[in-house]
Design a protein around this ligand. Structure first.
Ligand code: PRP
Length: 207
């Protein structure tokens, strides 16, 4: 069997992904609180590398990792040349345009100011809307932007809706459905097909 390397997003999404490998040949045992970034399972079949969520697609596209577990939000933002092979059915949420209750997302003669962690995605959403926009790229706490008049609206992921509610904002328009996805490097998918199919099966049964 070919050894495969899987890029896992550090954080909740990755941890939940690792749980799907539990009780399989590919389960890894880690010491608690370890800051190690590379792990192998006991049989040496799989190597896991822990990377920043937005870097998972880069590692997979470059072939440093054969597979990756990543949120669809990152896939939509990064637009990388990889195969998306399985919806892992967890980490479910939505992209949405959000703002104050009566905020209009159509500014007839003006520019709509949009704060987001996902500038490329925002660009793609507004491409055919005949609306001039200014994208304000932020790295977090995006809900703050309309409150301090940095933007008119935000485009962000909404899971429970609590962050919006607690900041007096609401969904103005729902956009793409997001969840965790298994992705594969295109060459690896060809050359390590059997191993990848085995992993896909483990994950498909568990999800
Ligand atoms: C994400 C997202 C929203 C929030 C949505 O932020 O950007 O702010 O979670 O979740 P909710 O609908 O359940 O409230 P994250 O927690 O990653 O923090 P960040 O603002 O620092 O990016």
């Amino acid at each position: 069997m070919n050894k495969v390397t899987i890029a896992i997003a550090k954080g909740r999404l990755g941890e939940e992904g690792l749980r799907l490998f539990k009780d399989s040949d590919m389960e890894i045992v880690r010491e608690e609180n370890s800051r190690k970034l590379v792990f192998s399972d006991s049989k040496g079949l799989t190597q896991y590398i822990f990377v920043k969520p937005s870097d998972v697609v880069t590692y997979v596209e470059k072939g440093v990792a054969d597979l990756g577990i990543v949120g669809k939000d990152i896939m939509l933002e990064e637009d990388k040349d990889v195969y998306e092979i399985l919806d892992l059915d967890y980490g479910k949420c939505r992209f949405a345009i959000a703002g104050f209750k009566n905020e209009c997302i159509k500014k007839k003669d003006g520019v709509l100011r949009i704060a987001s962690k996902y500038p490329n995605y925002v660009q793609s959403i507004f491409e055919n809307r005949n609306q001039r926009i200014e994208i304000i790229k932020l790295n977090g706490s995006v809900e703050l932007a309309p409150l301090i008049d940095l933007s008119d609206v935000i485009v962000d992921i909404v899971e429970t809706g609590n962050t919006l509610r607690d900041n007096g904002l609401e969904i103005l328009e729902e956009l793409d459905y997001i969840s965790a996805r298994l992705i594969a490097n295109k060459a690896s998918y060809r050359f390590k097909y059997n191993t990848i199919k085995k992993i896909e099966k483990i994950l498909d049964v568990k999800r």
